[in-house]
Design a protein around this ligand. Structure first.
Ligand code: FE2
Ligand code: FE2
Ligand code: FE2
Length: 314
């Protein structure tokens, strides 16, 4: 099987991981806080790790990681029903990984998929156990059925969720294609921070009986680090303005505090991206200087004659 075909299979796996992440989070935000909900969120984070590993593997093979997802079932059922749906989705992943492992002959990719498959088998058992527990312990939904979030509150929190979701995908993609440790580490850190934001907003809305809208808008994706960082600065500044305008409208003290806290993180992200952009530009300038030096004929560059010291180092 050639790399192109392997990449297609891994992209399909990414779409499945993405679907699982969002389905599990949707269920977690719609259930009352507690041990069961915590475990669901932990499993969702493991799916994020899978998503990440697959994205890196695709880049290594010369492909393009996908941020598409398989369709998510956004129905709120009883906690037990939702957890059983999650167990079923694990079975879908298990079947798909088994099939891909059988078809792919690249040993490194097979090893990766076998590792992920092992996790999915554990997750399936976990979800089945959690479904039983939810029934026995009377796990409740996040809000009683007669509680409904005020419309404006729901709109504001949902627009926050959509923003956070969009930038998670945007920054993860930039992270997959980034060169250089510093840049990729910062992108990963900020993406993780945005995941926290989405979690806080999702839980807050679920608790208040809001209907969660877990969809995203169009992220900015390119392979040009300068263009990516500029887009990140723009989106951070835009959302800082949105959160600042929206916070006073929320009325609920706890929510005002939450949104202001997130807004302050966004101000920090803006500054980090600006620093990174400056650095990327400096590195680019140094590189282009070096390449013009290389273009100069050798006889004009006495410095290129190796010294004894430099030869020894080799
Ligand atoms: Fe997974
Ligand atoms: Fe954020
Ligand atoms: Fe941010």
């Amino acid at each position: 099987m050639d790399n192109k075909e392997i990449i297609e299979l891994l992209r399909a796996d990414m779409r499945g991981e993405h679907q699982a992440i969002i389905q599990y989070l949707f269920h977690a935000y719609n259930m009352a806080e507690g041990e069961i909900t915590c475990e669901v969120e932990t499993i969702s984070r493991e799916e994020m790790r899978h998503f990440e590993r697959l994205g890196h593997a695709i880049v290594e093979l010369g492909g393009d990681p996908t941020i598409d997802r398989e369709p998510v079932d956004f129905a709120v059922g009883s906690p037990k029903e939702m957890l059983l749906k999650d167990a079923d989705l694990e079975q879908v992943a298990i079947d798909q990984y088994r099939d891909h492992i059988e078809r792919i002959d690249n040993p490194k990719i097979r090893r990766l998929l076998a590792r992920i498959l092992h996790d999915e088998l554990v997750h399936k058992g976990d979800f089945q156990g959690l479904a039983d527990e939810a029934e026995e312990e009377g796990q409740e939904l996040a809000a009683p059925p007669d509680v409904e979030a005020p419309e404006r509150q729901e709109d504001i929190l949902n627009s926050g969720i959509r923003h956070e979701y969009t930038v998670i995908l945007q920054y993860l993609y930039h992270y997959f294609v980034a060169e250089g440790k510093m840049l990729s580490e910062e992108l990963e850190n900020i993406a993780i921070n945005e995941m926290q934001h989405m979690g806080w907003l999702g839980e807050a809305l679920g608790e208040r009986g809001g209907n969660l809208d877990m969809n995203h808008t169009e992220p900015f994706l390119s392979r040009d680090p300068e263009a990516n960082l500029q887009a990140n600065i723009d989106v951070e500044q835009e959302v800082t303005g949105d959160y600042s305008n929206q916070a006073p409208e929320l009325q609920d003290e706890e929510l005002v505090e939450l949104v202001e806290r997130i807004r302050d993180h966004e101000i920090y992200h803006d500054a980090v991206f600006k620093d990174l952009l400056e650095q990327v530009r400096e590195e680019k300038a140094v590189k282009s200087e070096q390449s013009t030096e290389k273009e100069t004929p050798a006889e004009l560059k006495p410095r290129q004659i190796p010294t004894v010291g430099s030869l020894k180092k080799k």
